[in-house]
Write a protein that binds this ligand. Structure first.
Ligand SMILES: C[S@@+](CC[C@H](N)C(=O)[O-])C[C@H]1O[C@@H](n2cnc3c(N)ncnc32)[C@H](O)[C@@H]1O
Length: 272
C-alpha cells in the first residue's frame, strides 16, 4: 500500500488547495487567484494584485470601512487591504483550515472564521459591514445563496464586490449543454447556477441590490491566466499532480475564453 500512501501524500489536502509556489508566488501569505493580466503585468503576484485592485475600486474602498473578505485563501488580499487602503477593521472567512492557521500566525486581524461564506448568518459578527469582497471564489456557489449571505451581513448602503461566471447570449445545442455541464463540473461550478447578463441583473435586483455594475474580464482573466501557465509550463522540469491541477484549470480557462460561452465577470452592487 506504500505507493497508494505516496500518491495520497502528493494530493492536495483540500479540493480548493492550490500550490501557490507553482503558480508563481512563494511568499508565506500568497495569492492564489487567476489574476488580471495586461501588457504591464510582469509577474503572477502583480496580476493577482491587479484583480484585487479592480474589485477595491469597484466598491470604492475607503480606510474607514469595516470590511469582510470572503474566501481569502492564504491571506495576500488581507495584507493588500491593510497596506494599500489602510483598512483597520478587517475580518475574513475561509473554508480551508490550513489557510486560516497560516493567516492567524502571520496577519493581525479583527477575526478570521474557518467557515463557508454561504453560512455567514451562523457567525456572531459584532457589527454589520460597510464592504464585503470576494476575490475569485464565489462562482463555486449558488448565486442566490451567496447573495443572501452577503446581504445579511452588510449595512444598508453597504457595498458588495465579487467575481462570477456568466453565460453569453449564444444559444447552445443539447449536446453542447451536456459538454459544458461537464466542463464546468471539472471547475467545481454547477451549470444550473450560471445565468446570462439579463438574468443576473434581474436576480440581483430581486435580492435587494442597486447600483449594479457587471464588467466582463474574460480576456484579462481567463485568457491571461491560460497564456501565463502555457509559458510557465515550458519552463517546468518536473511534473506532479499539483502542477496537473493548475494546467487543467488553465486549459479550462482557455476553452471558456475561446468558445465565448462562459464569461468571467466582476460584479459590484449596493445593498438597498
Ligand atoms: C481561487 S482561491 C482565491 C483566494 C484569494 N481570494 C486570493 O485572491 O488569493 C478561492 C478561495 O475561496 C475559498 N472558498 C471557496 N468556496 C468557499 C466557501 N463557500 N466558503 C469559504 N471559502 C471558500 C477556497 O478555499 C479558496 O481559498
Amino acid at each position: 500500500m506504500k505507493w497508494l500512501q505516496a500518491i495520497q501524500n502528493k494530493l492536495p489536502q483540500h479540493k480548493y488547495a492550490i500550490n501557490a509556489k507553482l503558480l508563481g508566488d512563494d511568499r508565506e501569505c500568497a495569492w492564489t487567484n487567476l489574476g488580471y493580466w495586461n501588457d504591464a503585468t510582469s509577474s503572477y503576484p502583480m496580476a493577482c494584485e491587479q484583480l484585487a485592485e479592480h474589485l477595491a475600486q469597484a466598491v470604492q474602498l475607503q480606510p474607514q470601512d469595516r470590511v469582510l473578505d470572503l474566501g481569502c485563501g492564504q491571506g495576500a488580499s488581507l495584507k493588500y487591504w491593510r497596506e494599500h487602503y489602510q483598512i483597520q477593521d478587517l475580518e475574513a472567512v475561509e473554508l480551508q483550515q490550513d489557510c486560516v492557521d497560516k493567516i492567524n500566525k502571520h496577519i493581525q486581524l479583527k477575526a478570521i472564521h474557518c467557515q463557508s461564506f454561504l453560512n455567514l448568518k451562523q457567525i456572531p459578527f459584532p457589527n454589520q459591514f460597510d464592504v464585503v469582497m470576494c476575490i475569485d471564489a464565489a462562482y463555486h456557489s449558488d448565486l442566490n445563496v451567496f447573495l443572501n449571505a452577503a446581504h445579511s451581513v452588510l449595512k444598508s448602503n453597504g457595498r458588495l464586490g465579487f467575481h462570477y461566471l456568466m453565460f453569453s447570449d449564444q444559444s447552445l445545442s443539447a449536446k453542447q449543454k451536456i459538454k459544458y455541464a461537464w466542463l464546468l463540473k471539472a471547475a467545481d461550478v454547477t451549470w444550473e447556477h450560471l445565468k446570462n447578463e439579463q438574468q443576473l441583473l434581474q436576480t440581483l435586483t430581486q435580492h435587494g441590490w442597486s447600483n449594479i455594475v457587471i464588467q466582463d474580464f474574460s480576456a484579462s482573466v481567463l485568457n491571461g491566466f491560460a497564456e501565463y501557465i502555457e509559458i510557465q509550463k515550458m519552463k517546468k522540469k518536473s511534473f506532479d499532480l499539483e502542477q496537473l491541477k493548475i494546467e487543467m484549470t488553465a486549459k479550462l480557462c482557455r476553452k471558456f475564453y475561446q468558445d465565448g460561452l462562459v464569461r468571467y465577470i466582476q460584479v459590484s452592487a449596493t445593498k438597498k
